[in-house]
Design a protein around this ligand. Structure first.
Ligand SMILES: Nc1nc2c(c(=O)[nH]1)N[C@H]1C(S)=C(S)[C@@H](COP(=O)(O)OP(=O)(O)OC[C@H]3O[C@@H](n4cnc5c(=O)[nH]c(N)nc54)[C@H](O)[C@@H]3O)O[C@H]1N2
Ligand SMILES: Nc1nc2c(c(=O)[nH]1)N[C@H]1C(S)=C(S)[C@@H](COP(=O)(O)OP(=O)(O)OC[C@H]3O[C@@H](n4cnc5c(=O)[nH]c(N)nc54)[C@H](O)[C@@H]3O)O[C@H]1N2
Ligand SMILES: [Mo]
Length: 728
């Protein structure tokens, strides 16, 4: 398949028209995407009260292929009752993620017991009572509660509250497989774990770093912003082992000039080795110091630990930096020179930074580099972790973490005159490991695909099998429903955000809280997440306890509660009357006063990690294609990388010849975790030699459970594999 030469453009527009047909014509698509609901896909945030396709600065139209895919999936018809007796678990296991997704919307609760061939429909009454009974006989700490990032703040808040009053802190979200390293790294440096800027700041920057991410494919609307930066004469520097087509040239569909001629995105593109970023960032900082371009005044006034840090830069040798990053000194000098010339710099990053055993160190190193030139704490400059799911940041803010922030913990105890559990709750991987050790009796998953998103797929399957009862709240079928089975598995169908009977809220990666109106249900059967959780909590804990759960079935009541207990969220208490969407207090830093105990930022010293290596192995990254959203694969092809199928491994032509493999030859890819046979080795000149690329989630068979000790994020982007040619 031919690789396109720019991202976006006409293929995106043609795709829109095709999807429109699936959604029952342009008019019904238009109505769906223009409804007053926050966009469902990435955390860039669109929609809300200003109507769909509008961004935080009021810019319209803002739409991408991903939002259409998500919308089209939700607009499918219901899975018919006979589906469950027609298709056995064994058959469902043979379905591709795309086939599972296109079976239709989940419409009735179903139950499966180990050993049985089929899921069976079950009534809401029976199923909820069954879950409540099982929870009652279970030790709370033998249960875990996993949340994906698409549910509302209200649903997230309510379910974590229920889990804690039930008695456990084993509450976590998909962030532990995603941006946790950003939250931990930023908090350790700045005292706040989210972006320090708003959307306007990015547009006013004169330099934006895009590190370890592929926003052309995964956050397409960020490209409009990067286009604006370039048009104003600003620069974009990309740091990525892969030359990603859409980061070189992108045709913004809503901009006629860009659509026709394309917009050059990267002003400078550097390709380190996988895992080479920390050394590279240290190298850039070392050069800035050599040039005397650091802002010493800022460092003295606002940063603790800067002297030791500068000392460590001076002690680092250029040879080590080059060896550990894979980037030549001349290139590092060029990067530093460009940084030194810029006045307002935004640093953005994604999974190429967090999915490493030194993910937190990576994030701290980016922060050090920014602080060094006073680039945090003023307009037009700062930190921008580009988040994944559309409300992953929100559910984290409102308490879906093992440990509640002290302020939330105290406020909740006061509010309800209760004692909350104080045990150390488990993160996601710890829950999976406890399950593997047969120490988890019940698991409840609000959205997502815990099985599919896990490293070491075989381990994930086996560990979930040890759980007595797994409960999944989902909108559509995914591989977790086929392979992530407990002794008993229950799937509960829920309504999507734009079908909620009551308003809900979501938080964007710019700390902006949006109000979604909800809307009419599309199919009979699914229940609202919030109402379902309130019902279950009431069955489990009754009305005798401190909380009137039935009252909390009203999302407005939950917002009142959030406004009283979550710091910075007071404004959510009035949002029902005012419809005023808002930026959370204390997050955007336009002054160099940091929310740390001292009010100063903290700089962290790192040693240079050697590049991961092992005899006869390549470093493998596992990434998304343009045609998927996480574990949901919509299309087999990857337009931007010119691939017509997913069972491929992309290798630099030099590596192919070194390994004696012909392009398109079948190979076995293996390591101590797993083996994938009959994979097609493709020549791919855009990847830095020595590194390889495969698609997630399939490649999770090969990903070890090794994770960053500080954030517990697995190293999905750095897997050592051996590649062997198969005969023929
Ligand atoms: N279309 C689409 N959009 C999505 C998603 C989706 O699946 N599909 N998922 C959403 C979610 S939850 C998330 S978290 C985001 C993910 O957004 P991204 O982080 O952009 O997604 P990945 O495909 O994981 O790609 C990571 C990028 O990191 C690069 N990379 C790999 N290893 C390294 C490294 O060691 N160093 C550097 N510098 N770069 C490296 C890869 O070449 C690739 O370009 O997207 C969100 N948006
Ligand atoms: N090898 C490898 N593994 C990875 C990654 C990688 O890059 N490489 N990336 C990691 C990352 S960044 C992430 S975020 C995780 C993703 O992990 P998850 O968030 O757990 O997985 P998703 O695939 O996004 O979940 C998709 C499911 O969400 C359900 N859903 C959609 N909308 C709603 C809704 O409104 N409510 C409810 N209740 N359910 C809904 C649908 O049923 C759908 O099947 O995977 C991680 N795993
Ligand atoms: Mo993510």
């Amino acid at each position: 398949m031919k690789q396109v030469r720019s991202g976006g453009g006409w293929p995106a527009i043609r795709y829109t028209l095709r999807k429109a047909r699936e959604m029952g014509g342009l008019l019904s698509m238009w109505k769906a995407v223009r409804s007053r609901n926050a966009c469902k896909t990435c955390a860039l945030g669109m929609g809300g009260q200003r109507g769909g396709m509008v961004n935080e600065r009021g810019h319209f139209p803002e739409i991408c292929k991903k939002s259409l895919q998500a919308m089209a999936a939700d607009m499918q018809g219901a899975i018919r009752p006979e589906f469950w007796s027609t298709y056995s678990i064994a058959q469902l296991q043979q379905f591709t993620p795309q086939q599972l997704e296109s079976c239709g919307r989940l419409a009735t609760p179903v139950i499966h017991r180990a050993g049985e061939a089929h899921y069976q429909p079950i009534s809401w009454e029976d199923v909820l009572q069954r879950i409540a009974d099982k929870l009652t006989e279970t030790q709370p700490d033998e249960s875990f509660w996993y949340f994906s990032g698409r549910s509302s703040n209200e649903a997230g808040f309510l379910l974590q509250l229920m889990a804690r009053l039930y008695g456990t802190n084993n509450v976590n979200n998909c962030s532990y497989y995603c941006h946790q390293a950003s939250g931990v790294g930023l908090t350790s440096s700045l005292g706040t774990g989210t972006a320090t800027i708003n959307l306007a700041d990015v547009e006013h920057a004169d330099l934006v770093f895009v590190i370890g991410g592929n926003p052309a494919s995964n956050h397409p609307r960020l490209m409009t912003t990067l286009k604006t930066v370039r048009r104003r004469g600003g620069q974009v520097i990309v740091i990525n082992p892969v030359r990603e087509t859409g980061l070189i040239n992108f045709r913004v569909p809503s901009d006629p000039i860009s659509l026709l001629f394309g917009t050059k995105i990267a002003s400078y593109y550097v390709q380190p080795h996988i895992g080479g970023d920390l050394a590279l960032l240290i190298g850039i900082a070392k050069r800035i110091d050599e040039l005397g371009e650091q802002d010493l005044d800022f460092l003295r006034k606002h940063c603790d630990g800067h002297e030791t840090w500068l000392e460590s830069l001076r002690n680092a040798s250029w040879d080590d930096i080059v060896a550990a990053s894979g980037v030549e000194v001349a290139e590092i000098h060029e990067l530093a020179a460009r940084y030194a010339r810029a006045k307002r710099v935004v640093f953005s990053w994604t999974m190429g930074i967090t999915h490493h055993v030194h993910g937190v160190a990576n994030v701290q190193a980016i922060t050090n580099l920014a602080l060094m030139r006073g680039m945090i704490g003023k307009p037009g400059a700062g930190m921008m972790p580009i988040r994944g799911h559309s409300n992953v940041q929100g559910i984290g803010s409102v308490g879906v973490t093992p440990r509640l922030k002290d302020a939330i913990f105290d406020a909740l105890q006061n509010e309800f005159a209760v004692k909350l559990p104080t045990t150390a709750g488990f993160d996601t991987m710890a829950c999976m490991e406890a399950a593997a050790a047969n120490r988890m009796r019940v698991g409840v998953c609000l959205g997502g695909n815990l099985y599919g998103s896990n490293p070491d797929a075989q381990f994930a399957e086996q560990s979930l099998q040890q759980v007595d009862l797994l409960v999944y709240l989902n909108t559509t079928l995914n591989t977790g429903h086929a392979r992530g089975l407990g002794r008993e598995t229950i799937v509960l169908p829920v309504l999507a955000r734009d079908e909620e009977p009551q308003p809900t809220t979501q938080e964007s990666m710019f700390n902006f809280v949006r109000l979604s109106d909800g809307g009419p249900r599309r199919i009979a059967g699914p229940r609202s997440e919030v109402e379902l959780i309130a019902d279950l909590a009431h069955r489990l804990m009754g009305s005798a306890g401190a909380i009137n759960w039935q009252q909390l079935a009203a999302t407005r009541e939950i917002r009142q509660l959030i406004s009283r207990v979550v710091p910075g969220w007071q404004a959510i208490g009035e949002i029902d009357q005012t419809k005023q969407e808002f930026t959370i207090d204390g997050r955007v830093l336009h002054e160099p006063r940091f929310p740390t105990p001292t009010g100063r930022a903290r700089m962290h010293v790192h040693s240079l990690p050697a590049l991961a290596s092992k005899a006869n192995c390549l470093r493998l990254m596992t990434v998304r294609s343009e045609g998927q959203f996480n574990t949901v694969v919509y299309e087999e092809e990857d337009l931007y990388r010119g691939q017509d199928r997913r069972d491929v491994i992309l290798l630099h032509p030099d590596d192919l010849s070194r390994l004696g493999i012909r392009p398109d030859q079948r190979v076995t890819v293996q390591n101590e975790v797993g083996t994938m046979r009959h994979i097609i080795a493709r020549a791919y000149a855009d990847i830095r030699a020595g590194n390889a690329l495969m698609y997630y989630p399939e490649a999770n068979v090969l990903v070890p459970r090794q994770s960053d000790p500080h954030s517990r994020t697995p190293a999905f982007k750095c897997v050592l594999v051996e590649i062997k040619a198969e005969d023929g």
